[in-house]
Design a binder for this molecule. Structure first.
Ligand SMILES: C[C@H](O)CC(=O)SCCNC(=O)CCNC(=O)[C@H](O)C(C)(C)COP(=O)(O)OP(=O)(O)OC[C@H]1O[C@@H](n2cnc3c(N)ncnc32)[C@H](O)[C@@H]1OP(=O)(O)O
Length: 745
């Protein structure tokens, strides 16, 4: 194996005649071509050697295997240029990269059909191809906390090493469908109850028990089972068809734009109707095709983009490790503060929450408890856990308890002088190492810290609302924030299960800068004759959770108006001042909270279009002088999508150009995690590149001539379009250290 080999397996043969094959590919033992090649060599050797009677598979460093190496998807899917394939032994890829080879020839015809029994010793993670290797073994032992699952669907593919055939035969069709379509892994204990594993063993005894188990199989003391040919867990054909029909309906409802969950169901059905061998072949064919799909390419891009957000130039440096945060303080327990407190205590951080008086404090604590209680109601938290988690929160009215906090997050009103006072107080009351974070969404952080000498530990921690639900955390750094503080916050973000994205300091940071044109364009179109509900419908069909008008109803008109003002002040040349919302506000409409906004809401908060909205639009036209544009009043769905999202792409380009985002892929993550942009389109920039910078530029240029500055393509987009260059990787990670980028950081 060459020096650049991406992982390997090692085989040790004991005096008992058991060969233990261990997968070694840090950090997660993914099945790279090198690993698969080595595994096959070791396995063939074990079958050939007379001193080997049985085989045990396991993984090094407490993990079995997380499945196929995602970065090598391109090599099986036809070598897409976006996927880097770095493996030394190209022989496997060249000759045997077709899924059929791994699935049918190796796992079924060689491993499962072998004359020597194999047992999987599962520790840590057994996901995707990792679990599929284990399922081809003749028995599986697992530690109690190991996680077993088939999470291929979020990558735009289906299992390709027999998972669609063996899982239903081991756990029954309904549970297999649930595991496949939700991609949620099960823990060892549950896997045992389901029949997915044959025994639960402590980590220290796992391999030794597996060795004995393998010999027991050989000596007929335990059953020798080929999962592929089991039928005892499968429902009778008629019943199975009904279950599959229901699953199809659910999949169509949950993800109408996605085909691969339905293909997964079809492949399972093929195995049930025509036998598992036919199922395996159909699975391999389907996987090969899916690997070439735009959906897969987008989702794989998104997978790596998410993991790339913590690789920040100047921050991700060796030796800089996160400090331990033992106690956090939050100032302000409104909607944001209570949401942030909820997120922190749910991840076991003790929190003190400061409010201005007892009444407000109790209301804030009540909100946190209500957030947790809703988890209990949904069955996601036990009452016991609720009590334990709630006890991590302590309400306070002064700074007494701030002496030993490691981080403070300020979440009060957006008022500069109030925040300045708070930060001046914090400097006096908190220990000198304490991180001083603000959840501001608009105010310059340097201004907030102006009255302190602690600018190096001042940072933005911008959560999206509701903070305990939304997955994005924008970490805002100024040019004085120390890298240590960023590293600490990246770590906390990960621990509270957020995806942190490091951005620079400006009005709206990255997320709201992109959100703003989204809503602006929608209001511009409505005032010029496009139908509000057709816009929302087109945007929802595109894959957003809701359209821009339904969204502003949800967020509330108060917030909508306040943010518009901020943007109008900061970017007047590209702000369209629509009057629709202000007119509705005058009439007492504030969105969903008043049950009337662009929609009317019934008792169950179901939204229904409201014909009265037309009245406000007409009145708005009278004030702004906008007139109905015949072209805009009959836009196709494609036109609507482009007129709403191309201004977002344009703003994203500005954000990149200004160095607010470190790299384009971070904006993809922010768009998906913060705006609800469909991940299967890869994120805003990846999607833009699928259409081409030239096309987007030309459309914006054309609209700007008719409709003005708001649509004018920015210099950065113009430059990329002129070169016919993609927007992604325009600022490659390695070549954009903070100091070099044209940066406001
Ligand atoms: C033919 C088969 O059916 C097809 C397949 O098997 S497809 C693969 C199915 N498996 C998966 O989808 C698992 C994907 N991975 C994960 O969900 C998560 O990484 C995990 C739960 C395993 C670990 O999560 P966590 O501890 O938070 O670590 P995370 O940062 O995500 O990953 C650690 C590193 O492993 C890498 N990694 C994780 N899974 C990988 C995989 N399957 N292939 C290649 N790299 C992988 C990550 O990119 C990351 O690399 P980095 O340090 O350079 O950024």
């Amino acid at each position: 194996m060459g020096s650049k080999a991406k992982g390997r397996t090692v085989m040790e043969v004991g005096a008992d005649g058991v060969a233990v094959i261990t997968i070694i590919n840090p950090p997660v033992n993914s099945l790279s071509f090198d690993v698969l090649n080595s595994l096959k060599e070791n396995y063939d050797q074990a079958l050939r050697r007379d001193d080997v009677k049985a085989i045990v598979f396991t993984g090094a460093n407490g993990k079995f295997s997380v499945g196929f190496d995602i970065s090598a998807f391109g090599a099986i899917g036809g070598g897409h240029k976006d996927f880097a394939v770095e493996h030394s032994s190209l022989d496997f890829a060249a000759e045997h990269s077709r899924p059929r080879y791994g699935s049918v020839e190796i796992l079924s015809d060689t491993l499962e059909a072998a004359k020597k029994p194999s047992v999987a010793a599962i520790n840590g993670l057994a996901l995707g191809g990792g679990l599929e290797v284990a399922m081809a073994c003749h028995a599986r032992l697992s530690t109690p906390t190991a996680q077993l699952g088939l999470p291929e669907i979020p990558l735009g593919v289906i299992p390709g090493f027999g998972g669609t055939q063996r899982l239903p035969r081991l756990v029954g069709l309904p549970k297999a469908l649930e595991m496949l379509l939700t991609s949620k892994p099960v823990k060892g204990e549950e896997a045992f109850a389901l029949g997915l594993v044959d025994a639960i063993v402590s980590p220290s005894e796992l391999v030794s028990t597996a060795r004995r188990w393998a010999l027991d199989i050989l000596e007929c003391r335990r059953p020798w089972v080929a999962s592929l040919y089991r039928t005892d867990k499968l429902e009778p054909l008629g019943e199975a068809k009904e279950i599959l029909k229901f699953a199809r309906a659910q999949a169509r409802k949950q993800a109408p734009n996605l085909k691969h969950p339905l293909i997964c169901i079809n492949v399972i059905e093929e195995g049930i109707i025509s036998g598992p061998r036919a199922g395996l072949l159909k699975e391999a064919e389907a996987l090969e095709e899916l690997l070439l799909s735009d959906t897969c390419k987008s989702l794989v891009h998104f997978f790596f983009a998410q993991r790339g957000t913590s690789k920040v130039p100047g921050v991700a440096v060796p030796g800089l490790v996160p400090r331990r945060v033992r106690k956090v303080a939050i100032i302000g327990g409104g909607l944001m503060g209570s949401g942030i407190a909820t997120a922190l205590i749910r991840s076991n951080y003790p929190v003190i929450l400061k409010e201005v008086n007892e009444k407000v404090l109790q209301a804030a604590i009540g909100r946190v408890r209500a957030n947790l209680q809703s988890q209990v109601k949904k069955g996601r938290m036990t009452q016991e856990k609720f009590e334990k988690t709630s006890s991590l929160l302590k309400g306070v009215l002064d700074y007494e308890g701030f002496k030993d906090v490691d981080m403070v997050i300020e979440a009060v009103f957006e008022e500069v002088s109030l925040k300045q006072q708070i930060f001046a107080d914090l400097e006096k009351c908190c220990p000198p190492h304490c991180i001083l974070a603000s959840n501001t969404s608009t105010i310059d952080l340097s201004l907030i810290g102006e009255r302190t000498k602690s600018q190096d530990r001042i940072v933005g921690a911008h959560f999206s609302s509701p903070a305990h639900v939304m997955p994005l955390l924008e970490i805002v750094r100024t040019n004085q924030t120390s890298p240590q503080v960023i590293v600490d916050l990246l770590d906390i973000g990960k621990k509270i299960k957020k995806t942190p994205v490091v951005v620079g300091n400006c009005t709206g940071f990255a997320l709201n800068r992109m959100f703003f044109p989204y809503s602006q364009s929608a209001h511009f179109l409505a005032e010029h004759g496009a139908n509000v509900y057709q816009i929302d419908n087109a945007i929802t069909k595109f894959g957003m959770p809701m359209g821009p008008f339904r969204l502003v109803d949800l967020v509330g008109f108060g917030v909508g108006v306040a943010t518009s003002m901020e943007f109008f002040q900061n970017f007047p040349e590209r702000t369209y001042k629509s009057m629709i919302v202000p007119l509705m506000v005058e009439d007492g409409r504030a969105g969903e909270s008043t049950r009337k906004g662009f929609y009317v809401y019934d008792d169950k908060r179901k939204a229904k279009p409201d014909p009265e909205v037309q009245k406000y639009i007409e009145k708005a036209r009278e004030i702004t002088g906008a007139s109905i544009d015949p072209k805009l009043s009959k836009l196709s769905e494609k036109d609507i999508v482009e007129m709403i999202f191309f201004p977002v792409v344009n703003e994203a380009c500005r954000v990149l150009d200004e160095g607010i985002a470190v790299k384009a892929a971070d904006l993809d993550v922010a768009a998906v995690m913060g705006m609800g942009f469909p991940p299967y389109r890869g994120g805003i920039i990846f999607w833009a590149d699928s259409l081409g910078s030239k096309y987007i530029y030309s459309r914006l240029e054309e609209w700007s001539k008719t409709y003005g500055e708001f649509y004018k393509p920015c210099a950065y987009l113009a430059e990329r379009a002129a070169k016919g260059a993609p927007l992604l990787n325009a600022v490659p990670l390695q070549s954009s250290p903070v100091g070099q980028a044209k940066s406001r950081l």
